[in-house]
Design a protein around this ligand. Structure first.
Ligand SMILES: Cc1cc2nc3c(=O)[nH]c(=O)nc-3n(C[C@H](O)[C@H](O)[C@H](O)COP(=O)(O)OP(=O)(O)OC[C@H]3O[C@@H](n4cnc5c(N)ncnc54)[C@H](O)[C@@H]3O)c2cc1C
Ligand code: FES
Ligand code: FES
Length: 523
């Protein structure tokens, strides 16, 4: 592998270019399976970034990535332990070492952590600092609940979280007092109206390293063989690559795939990365649908989907953690086909469909026909998921989705249920129910749907529906839940739906979680 520092001139297509501390790093011949964390620690010897779990759970490895977003730079925290180095191409990387000012003074985030005693053994501290740095750069005045959400992916075993939360509030006051937060500071807090001179300079540097053509890397594997990594910039080129290399792994956010390397020690000999294809980042709403490109991140989809379907918004707020959501895509969640993936029950209940593409041809398939068996989908060789089409619900549609986990934040579902129906003179119509965690695939509860369809929404229909659920599923026992628990929860979620939507005194919310935000009880 060769690495050089250069100013941003045009580069050959086998060269990764990203910015670190203001300088363009240019890399060739790196193993495409190298994680950003390993590159930082083992090659650059930047050991501030720590490894705790190597699976996206603990946040010790959090770094921040700056990406062009029109005329501005968007700063987002990600987990470096499960991101591959080539995905940094065209971006700016910030590590905890980046924050110190040229005169050696601390950044307000670091200073606040010191003042508030936010660190003891210090192992988690760089990760917290970087999550807070991303927040400092993107959100002017978050309240305590929002700070809690932002830090959901950072675990600390020493301090307790209160001093860290105090630091999160304190850093804004330090900045406004002029302690290192002024406009001349390289990484001052973002001002939505006026980018600082430093941010304008950063934008120009990022522009200089954007590429129009395909990145095609070859790098050595551990046994002297070769690995390839392609990053096309157009959907047509992506389609061509996927068709020509049907065995290559399609890489989106890497929050599933990264673990295949760090935990399952798989060798990914050929990768096609779709994160540089702008056409796959479309997120639009028209009169009838929300169109979601496969490469739209959960973070980006969250707000628009949540606006139309508040329960989906709440579910996405509890999907993993902000650094995972900043990388993970809707397309990756759907295509991965995990029976406990959180998007699918809601999307299936709402009647979403998928646009699949092979070469220049596309076909549309209802999402509930996409999953064939455990981790087996209807995707054919050379085909990929281009976008998800989510129909807008009629005004009288009731929709709920409930996620059941052991922890409130940053936990994968034991069971996730989603329900959609209309009431016509108190009779249930167009009932669609789907559960995750109850079968080898996200699966509709067809017997329960039949038991409810056309019936009055009352106690006896509820009882029939609960009984039908037992026939719909034969759940498994695993570390998340026993068979009995899954059966009971599934029934009880239907009861919760009934209590919330059966009309007395209008819609309501049952058992509000104290941490639930933005959508209080509906009456
Ligand atoms: C700590 C942690 C917490 C998590 N918590 C949750 C959670 O709460 N809820 C949840 O649902 N998931 C969770 N996940 C799983 C994961 O984040 C999601 O499944 C995520 O949406 C995957 O998207 P990705 O872009 O990272 O996919 P990748 O890892 O890049 O890819 C996943 C799979 O999809 C395929 N793929 C990706 N895009 C396409 C495409 N366009 N066409 C065809 N195939 C494609 C890939 O080839 C691969 O097989 C968690 C993961 C971690 C590490
Ligand atoms: S090392 Fe734990 S999230 Fe990366
Ligand atoms: S300070 Fe020790 S783990 Fe957080």
């Amino acid at each position: 592998m060769t690495a050089t520092k250069q100013s941003g001139s045009a580069a050959p297509s086998d060269e990764i270019r990203f910015i670190l501390d203001g300088e363009v790093i240019s890399l060739r011949g790196i193993d495409p399976n190298t994680t950003v964390l390993n590159y930082l620690r083992e090659t650059l010897r930047r050991t501030g970034t720590k490894e705790g779990c190597a699976e996206g759970d603990c946040g010790a490895c959090t770094v921040v990535v700056g990406e062009l977003d029109g005329d501005r730079v968007r700063f987002r925290a990600i987990n470096s332990c499960i991101q591959f180095v080539p995905t940094l191409d065209g971006k700016q990387l910030f590590t905890v070492e980046s924050l110190r000012a040229p005169d050696g003074s601390l950044h307000p985030v670091q200073e606040a952590m010191v003042e508030c005693h936010g660190s003891q053994c210090g192992f988690c501290t760089p990760g917290f600092v970087m999550s807070l740095f991303a927040m400092y750069k993107s959100e002017p005045e978050p309240d305590r609940a929002r700070i809690n959400d932002i830090l959901a992916g950072n675990l600390c075993r020493c301090t307790g979280y209160r001093p860290i939360l105090d630091a999160a509030e304190r850093m804004y006051r330090l900045a406004s007092n002029g302690n290192g937060g002024g406009a001349d500071r390289p990484y001052a807090a973002s001002d939505a109206a006026q980018p600082s001179a430093a941010e304008r300079a950063m934008t120009e540097r990022l522009r200089a390293i954007q590429r129009t053509g395909r990145l095609a890397l070859t790098g050595p594997d551990l046994s002297g063989g070769q690995r390839t990594y392609y990053a096309p910039t157009t959907v047509a080129d992506l389609a061509d690559l996927v068709e020509t290399h049907p065995d290559a792994h399609i890489l989106a956010g890497g929050t599933d795939i990264g673990l295949w390397v760090t935990k399952s020690h798989m060798d990914l000999d050929a990768i096609i990365y779709l994160g540089n294809v702008e056409e796959l980042k479309v997120l639009e709403v028209d009169d009838s649908h929300i169109e979601i490109g496969a490469a739209v991140t959960i973070t980006d989809a969250h707000e628009l989907i949540g606006e139309h379907f508040p329960d989906m918004g709440e579910m996405y707020r509890r999907f993993a953690s902000p650094p995972i959501r900043n990388a993970a895509t809707i397309g990756g969640n759907v295509a991965n086909g995990s029976p406990i993936g959180d998007s699918m029950p809601g999307l299936i209940a709402l009647g979403a469909s998928l646009v699949l593409r092979r070469g220049a041809k596309t076909r549309e398939l209802p999402l509930d026909e996409f999953y064939l068996a455990y981790q087996k989908t209807a995707l054919e060789a050379g085909e990929f998921l281009e976008r998800v089409r989510l129909p807008l619900a009629p005004a009288d549609r009731h929709f709920r989705t409930y996620k059941i986990t052991k922890r409130f934040d940053q936990d994968i579902s034991a069971v996730c249920g989603a329900y959609s129906f209309r009431l016509e003179e108190n009779r249930l119509r167009d009932v669609r129910i789907c559960y995750g965690g109850m079968a080898a695939i996200p699966q509709r509860a067809s017997q329960c749907e039949t038991a409810l369809e056309g019936k009055p929404w009352n106690d006896s229909t509820l009882a029939a529906g609960m009984e039908a659920l037992d026939r719909d599923y034969a759940p498994i026992e695993d570390m998340r839940a026993s068979v009995e628990y899954r059966r009971l929860v599934t029934r009880n979620l239907l009861r919760k739906l009934f209590l919330e939507t059966s009309g007395w005194p209008g819609e309501t919310r049952v058992l509000e979680h104290p941490n639930r935000q933005g959508q209080g009880a509906r009456t």
